[in-house]
Every structure is written in structure tokens, then in C-alpha cells.
Design a protein around this ligand. Structure first.
Ligand SMILES: Cc1ncc(COP(=O)(O)OP(=O)(O)O)c(N)n1
Ligand SMILES: Cc1ncsc1CCOP(=O)(O)O
Ligand SMILES: [Mg+2]
Length: 308
């Protein structure tokens, strides 16, 4: 057996039971199986880390990032230990300076945003303010700019003179005009949104991530918070990666602990306590509130479970 195969097997064996493994996705002709580039790798540990990651069900871009992190961890710690798992920012090339030393950092938001309701319209935002939820997002999807502006305006008005912080999903220009607290963007929005303008206007920025490689990308923008998901299956959105599960969430939360963090996706009253224990300061939910018999009571109950 090759050395790389042997090292990878040791890693997989050591982490089999800690919920980091998920089934390898089925590959089609349009998305061929991941490849490991022998030529570019620094050493055996990088190749073994990447191979193990692929076989543990990480997508190709995450496996590459993990391979490099395995190599750095092994060299730095003076030897290979399959029972360790990379979890230090420098192993992942995260920015070496803190938010207040970074001129490009987005405006700060509380480290613990608490229960975060992601709501489909301004009426739901109003209900959340009435329930005294700490953080709310308007996730109103429409092509109609007039309706979008009206929904945003109503939501901004709803949180006025309350303690609830309001993020607007997608429509960053309208959010700036309405002087919202912040905007939430997906990774694909980073190509088109004018981040300078959002930062210059003093709005906070939340960014979505779906695994290690997107965490590294998000860090480059020094957003106000980083959202990680989907943790569990959700039918509200087609996700680019499989549900990450608690094992991965715990590792992401450890690695990114210097950021305000939000966990999202399929979280309900049965799982919210375990999710909070990961160290994230915020848990975002949709259906756990919108499909509850009594949404106001659900907000209270979910917050109690987070703190329990
Ligand atoms: C708190 C939070 N996390 C993630 C998302 C997903 O945002 P995005 O990737 O932009 O996808 P859409 O919500 O626009 O479908 C979110 N909205 N909120
Ligand atoms: C918008 C979004 N982004 C990632 S998962 C998700 C939906 C979460 O909804 P639910 O909490 O009902 O699973
Ligand atoms: Mg979006």
C-alpha cells in the first residue's frame, strides 16, 4: 500500500465516528469525481489529507483546502497525528490580522446575534419585532423593484425604536437607501455587489458559506458575520453542498471563532441546543418559526433552548 493511501486511511479511521464523514455525492458526467493534483502538492500529508477528505464526502474545493491544512498542521506540530483535525486559522491561510486592524473590514455587529428569524415579508418582520427577536432578516424574493422597496421600507420602519437588528437579503442597493442595519449576501452575489458602497454606507455585511473553501473566501472580505449551512436538510432552498451536520459545524465554529457566526438550515427545537453548543453566537431559522402554531411563543421557546 502506498504511503499516501496509508496516511489517508489513518485519518479516515480516526475521524469515522465524529460526524465529519458524509456520503460521497453521486457524480454525473457533468460533475466528474474530484481529482487530486499530485504535481502541485507540497508533500504526502497534503495529498493524504485531500484524499481522506474526498473519501469523507467533502467536495473537491474543500478537500484541497483541507489537504493544505493537514500539511501545515503536520509540519508545524512536528509529526503526523491522524487523531488531530486542522482547526487553526493560519493552517487555512485566514487573514492574519484582527478586524480593527483591517481597513477593509465591514462594520462590526454583536458577536452573539442570538436567535435570527429569516422571514419572507415585512408582515413577518413586524411579528418578529413584536416577539422581541434579537435579529431578523427580510428574505423577500421578487422581480418587482417597487414591491421590494416597499417591503424593505416597511421592515426598516418596523424595527425602528426596537432592539431588533434587521438584515436585508439580496437587495443591497435598496437596503442602503432605506438605511437598514445590514445586508445578507450569498457567495455568488460577491461578483456583482458593490461591496465598497455597502461598506462606505456603514451597513453590516453577512455572508453565506457552505464549507471550508467558502469560509476561506468569505474571510478575505472580512464581513460582519459569517453564516454556515445548511446544517441539516432543508426544503426551502436548493443547497450547493450536502447538509454539513453537527460534526462539521463544530469544526467550522472552532476555526472561525474570531467572527460572529450564524448556523442555518433545517434547525428546529429538537436540534437548536446542540447547534448552539458549537459556539456559534446565532442560529437562523425559517420554518421553526413560520410553521409554528404560535410563532411568538416559538421565538421565546427557541431562545430558551439556545441558552439551556
Ligand atoms: C443567515 C442566512 N444565512 C444564509 C442565507 C442564504 O443566503 P443566500 O446564499 O444569499 O441565498 P438566498 O437566501 O438569497 O436564497 C440567508 N438568507 N441568511
Ligand atoms: C435561506 C437558507 N439558506 C440556507 S438554508 C436556508 C433555509 C433555512 O430554512 P429552514 O430553517 O426552514 O430550514
Ligand atoms: Mg441571497
Amino acid at each position: 500500500m502506498s504511503l499516501i493511501r496509508d496516511l489517508a486511511d489513518q485519518i479516515i479511521q480516526a475521524h469515522r465516528s465524529n460526524d465529519l464523514c458524509i456520503p460521497i455525492p453521486a457524480f454525473s458526467i457533468n460533475s466528474p469525481p474530484p481529482r487530486i493534483d499530485n504535481e502541485a502538492a507540497a508533500d504526502h500529508y497534503e495529498l493524504a489529507g485531500a484524499l481522506a477528505a474526498i473519501e469523507m464526502g467533502f467536495i473537491e474545493s474543500d478537500a484541497k483546502v483541507l489537504g493544505k491544512a493537514w500539511s501545515r498542521m503536520t509540519l508545524h506540530d512536528g509529526g503526523f497525528d491522524p487523531f488531530k483535525w486542522p482547526s487553526r486559522p493560519e493552517q487555512f491561510d485566514l487573514l492574519p490580522w484582527t478586524r480593527n486592524m483591517n481597513p477593509n473590514a465591514f462594520k462590526e455587529c454583536p458577536k452573539r446575534l442570538g436567535l435570527y428569524g429569516v422571514m419572507p415579508d415585512a408582515d413577518w418582520v413586524k411579528r418578529m419585532v413584536d416577539a422581541e427577536i434579537p435579529t431578523v432578516q427580510l428574505r423577500f424574493k421578487s422581480e418587482d423593484r417597487y414591491k421590494i422597496r416597499r417591503q424593505i421600507k416597511e421592515s426598516v420602519k418596523a424595527v425602528e425604536s426596537s432592539k431588533t437588528l434587521l438584515f436585508i437579503n439580496d437587495y443591497w442597493e435598496e437596503a442602503i437607501d432605506a438605511e437598514a442595519y445590514g445586508v445578507h449576501l450569498g457567495q455568488e452575489d460577491l461578483e456583482t455587489a458593490d461591496l465598497e458602497k455597502i461598506r462606505g454606507a456603514g451597513l453590516r455585511l453577512g455572508l453565506s458559506t457552505h464549507g471550508y473553501s467558502e469560509l476561506v473566501i468569505a474571510d478575505r472580505f472580512c464581513p460582519s458575520y459569517i453564516a454556515m449551512g445548511a446544517i441539516f436538510p432543508t426544503n426551502l432552498k436548493k443547497m450547493p453542498t450536502a447538509p454539513q451536520g453537527l460534526g462539521r459545524l463544530y469544526q467550522y465554529a472552532k476555526l472561525m471563532s474570531h467572527y460572529p457566526l450564524v448556523a442555518i438550515g433545517g434547525i428546529d427545537q429538537d436540534s437548536i441546543h446542540a447547534v448552539s453548543k458549537s459556539g456559534v453566537g446565532s442560529v437562523a431559522v425559517v420554518r421553526a418559526i413560520t410553521q409554528a402554531k404560535d410563532p411568538k411563543a416559538a421565538v421565546k421557546h427557541l431562545q430558551e433552548l439556545m441558552q439551556a
